[in-house]
Design a protein around this ligand. Structure first.
Ligand code: PLP
Length: 387
């Protein structure tokens, strides 16, 4: 009889989006004439840009002839894409070596898989509220996590407690679900803390393209010393509309070398390379061709037009909340708008209230951690004027 990984029993039920869909379907059935405004969706709605489509077509055409056909590719990704991503970093003022970049099928896999590189006896800090994959992937392998409390008082930007040691620190900026963004001084404090504690920061920059203020860091590597203490996860999902096309990347600097228990040294870059080469056979060549087109200057300019479209939605939502005197977080450097439910309501209760009273669908904050249970997330991924 197999002995099962019983740590799976410690996971909370993942019913957030299915429960939303279920409640919305029930409401629509009971009120077929009501138009519903969907602001709960965490998925893009605009199609791919023309440059991305041209890149994908080129990839498809290459598969049609024996001179250009591609079979298995490098597990780390094709050089042309790693170079294109390094070029994107450089244009944003961050020096980057393409050899440190690993291409993947998205940030979900990589943020979920990275915990394999770390043993169970680490002090692991994870913000609350945050993207639930960090917590669940650690629980699946029986690891204990410590929550970093994000709350209105700290603007949902928890900072290090210098009296407490940590080994692994997850950060997500701009944050899902709160839309909060760390500034340079705050990220520097995290980097300095990680260097002092010999800890590793796992930095999720999936929403970096939404940052409009050039003074705000879009990468942890904009902070001096970060290559010695941080891994960064990037995604084309929200930057380029690749949620269905699937492509992401992870930067594991070769400077990340730590001592083993028997006094030798292990490189996280070498370990991740070994892990990926063993369990992953690379992202499709066709997708990588599309992704490389995204990271050209013209390709990114097209993506930014789409992001501006979503930012216009965020502006409309934010202005409405401001007019109503409702305090909110996010909405400027992020597709997400986050606010406290009125009258002490819990987030699922407010979900029903908003759906029934205003036909608006949002996402209950309870889906992102204990600190979200009285909060609500709206997203800007809808279409202007479309209910
Ligand atoms: N990281 C964060 C913070 C996210 O919100 C998401 C998706 O919602 C992801 C990663 C997953 O990105 P991908 O589509 O690249 O797997």
């Amino acid at each position: 009889m197999p002995k099962l990984n019983e740590h799976y029993q410690n996971l909370k039920e993942s019913y957030l989006f299915s429960e939303i869909a279920h409640r919305v379907a029930a409401y629509s059935q009971a009120h077929p004439d009501q138009k519903i405004i969907r602001l709960g969706i965490g998925d893009v709605t605009l199609p791919l840009t023309s440059m991305a489509i041209d890149g994908l077509h080129e990839g498809v055409d290459a598969m049609a002839s024996s001179e250009t056909f591609k079979g298995y590719g490098p597990e780390q990704g094709y050089e042309f894409l790693r170079d294109a991503i390094a070029g994107y970093y450089e244009r944003n003022g961050v020096p980057m070596d393409a050899a440190d970049i690993f291409i993947s099928d998205g940030a979900k896999s990589d943020t979920g898989n990275i915990s394999e590189l770390f043993s169970a006896d680490n002090v692991i800090l994870i913000p609350d509220p945050v993207y639930p994959v960090y917590v669940d992937s650690n629980i699946m392998s029986g690891k204990q996590v410590t929550y970093l409390s994000g709350n209105a008082e700290n603007q949902f930007l928890p900072m290090p407690d210098h009296r407490v040691h940590a080994d692994i620190i997850y950060l997500c900026s701009p944050n899902n679900p709160t839309g909060a963004v760390y500034n340079r001084e705050q990220l520097k404090e995290w980097v300095d803390y990680a260097l002092k504690e010999h800890a590793v920061i796992l930095f999720d920059s999936a929403y970096e393209a939404f940052i409009t203020d050039p003074a705000l860091p879009r990468s942890i590597y904009a902070i001096e010393g970060a290559k010695k203490c941080a891994i960064e996860f990037g995604s084309l999902s929200k930057t380029a509309g690749f949620t269905g096309t699937r492509c992401g990347y992870t930067v594991v600097p070769r400077e990340l070398v730590f001592p083993t228990s028997d006094g030798r040294e292990l490189s996280l870059h070498a370990m991740w390379n070994r892990r990926q080469s063993t369990k992953f056979n690379g992202t499709s060549y066709i997708i990588q061709k599309g992704a490389a087109a995204v990271f050209t200057e013209e390709g990114m300019a097209q993506c930014m037009e789409h992001i501006h479209y979503y930012q216009e939605n965020a502006r409309m939502i934010s202005e409405t909340l401001s007019r109503k005197g409702i305090r909110f977080f996010g909405g400027i450097h992020s597709p997400y708008i986050w606010f406290e439910c009125p009258d002490g309501m819990e987030s699922w209760e407010f979900f029903d209230y908003l759906l029934n009273k205003a036909q608006i669908v949002g996402t209950p904050g309870a889906g992102f951690g204990e600190n979200g249970k009285n909060y609500f997330r709206l997203t800007s991924f809808g279409e202007h004027g479309k209910a």
